[in-house]
Write a protein that binds this ligand. Structure first.
Ligand code: ZN
Length: 189
């Protein structure tokens, strides 16, 4: 089979921004997603980090082409869509400091400790360990119960300022109540 003749398409990304890679009539070959600056493929053979994209090439395309090539040469087999879709995490007990894919380096431990302390102040419950600043992080709003993926890079305040009182889509409890329930905003006034 020649890769050039095998056209693929990307499915709808899940909450972790994993893109399913499909060929033919809904045959799922795997999924691809970004992790920091690298791209990771998830197939019947597990996860594989294929590194940064070549200059001028979109990472998602390069990673998807890699998956198609693995299939064309018989190294992987199709999978179910569910097998490569990130499940919504459930909370059963305390979460670890770092996401399992984050190396236990002093720098990561320090960043995670800071992030978790700030989440506690701002009334967010993380469902997994710290995934880094630019990866989706599933959290629950302690003020209203909303759940969804958050990005620490957007969530932390800029230049030492407090994060926006606009906590997430859907309104939350309103700005006044947010300021009332989170003491950090009162000290700011
Ligand atoms: Zn809320």
């Amino acid at each position: 089979m020649n890769t050039a003749t095998l056209s693929y398409r990307l499915g709808t990304p899940d909450w972790e921004r994993r893109y399913p890679v499909l060929v033919g009539k809904d045959t799922v070959l795997g999924a691809v997603f970004r992790w920091h600056r690298d791209w990771i493929t998830l197939t019947s053979e597990g996860e594989r980090n294929i590194g940064r994209p070549e200059k001028g090439r979109r990472g998602v395309d390069q990673a998807a082409a890699h998956v198609v090539d693995e299939y064309a040469t018989g190294r992987i087999t199709p999978v179910s869509l569910a097998a490569v879709t990130a499940a919504v995490p459930t909370l059963d007990g305390p979460v670890s400091l770092l996401h399992p894919r984050m190396p236990q380096t002093p720098r990561n431990i320090e960043a995670a400790t800071k992030a978790l302390a700030a989440l506690a102040v701002h009334r967010w419950t993380p469902y997994t360990g710290f995934p880094g600043s630019d990866n989706p992080w599933w959290q629950e709003c302690q003020l209203c119960g909303w759940q969804g993926p958050r990005y620490w890079s957007h969530q932390r305040g800029r230049n030492g300022e407090l994060p926006s009182t606009h906590r997430h889509t859907g309104g939350c409890v309103g700005e006044e109540k947010v300021r009332e329930l989170i003491p950090a905003y009162q000290r700011q006034q």
